[in-house]
Ligand binder design. Structure first.
Ligand code: HEM
Length: 228
């Protein structure tokens, strides 16, 4: 005899469903917060570099002041941990989305080609950024240039065509990643609603253009040794 109502084959117990939901939202929130902290680092980093083209002496003073600051080590450690957290949570999230066959994000962005493109290319933009950072740290952080020779080291690095290409690619990838990330982070944290959606989108795109354009200009300026 067949039962009147068929039961689903695999029913998740309520506690397991609750634990899974909590884990998913913790991953989403931590990923968003770590991403926003990295955006803050990018702004500070770009701000610190602005004088490298127009005022080399004050750039050198800024760089050596930074190297001798007691807070630098803990800040670097925090930055490393935040980057590690962001990368591993992004991978987790991508894996979960893939397993769930989730394409909702792309479908809802059909009318917005830039947002859809940025969303689709978030993984490749992340991978390019990571590759760039590996090269960047190996060239300028391990070891760090000597005090008073920071600009000279930068010009030396950026006058190599391969490095210049990687810096430009890195700057573009960061911009694309930010177009997606700024809005996605606000959505994940529940800060996006119909009344502020367009201002957050606009603000995110402006920030992406500023950060990406700023790093591009500085890279090209250093390659041409502007303001020496
Ligand atoms: C025009 C492009 C850039 C230039 C000229 C530049 C320059 C530098 C310099 C000179 C340092 C070493 C600072 C020191 O002496 O302590 C540095 C460190 C660093 N840069 Fe950049 N940077 C650029 C773009 C970027 C971008 C786009 C990112 C991130 C995606 C980035 C991430 C980092 C990180 C993580 C460090 C190590 C910070 C630390 O541990 O102190 N940079 N950069």
């Amino acid at each position: 005899m067949r039962p009147l109502k068929e039961r689903p084959d695999r029913q998740i117990p309520p506690f397991a469903a609750f634990a899974r939901m909590t884990l998913t939202s913790t991953i989403r929130n931590a990923n968003a917060l770590s991403g926003l902290s990295l955006v803050l680092f990018l702004q500070v980093h770009l701000g610190g570099l602005t004088s490298v083209l127009g005022a080399p002496a004050s750039f050198e003073a800024y760089a050596s002041g930074l190297h001798h600051n007691l807070w630098l080590k803990p800040l670097e450690l925090g930055l490393g941990l935040t980057s590690f957290l962001h990368i591993s949570l992004s991978l987790q999230k991508a894996l979960r989305n893939r397993q769930a066959g989730n394409t909702a994000d792309l479908v809802s962005r059909r009318g917005e080609p830039l947002a859809a493109w940025a969303s689709r290319s978030k993984t490749i933009a992340g991978v390019i950024t990571l590759g760039f950072i590996g090269l960047h740290l190996q060239q300028l952080r391990f070891p760090r240039p000597l005090d008073g020779h920071e600009r000279e080291a930068l010009v030396h690095v950026l006058q190599q065509p391969f490095s210049l290409a990687m810096y430009c690619l890195g700057a573009l990838a960061i911009g694309l990643h930010l177009v997606h990330g700024a809005e996605a982070a606000h959505r994940s944290l529940g800060w996006l609603d119909p009344s502020n959606k367009s201002s957050i989108r606009f603000g995110g795109r402006m920030l992406a253009a500023l950060v990406s354009g700023g790093f591009l200009l500085i890279s090209l300026g250093l390659a041409l040794d502007v303001g020496a």
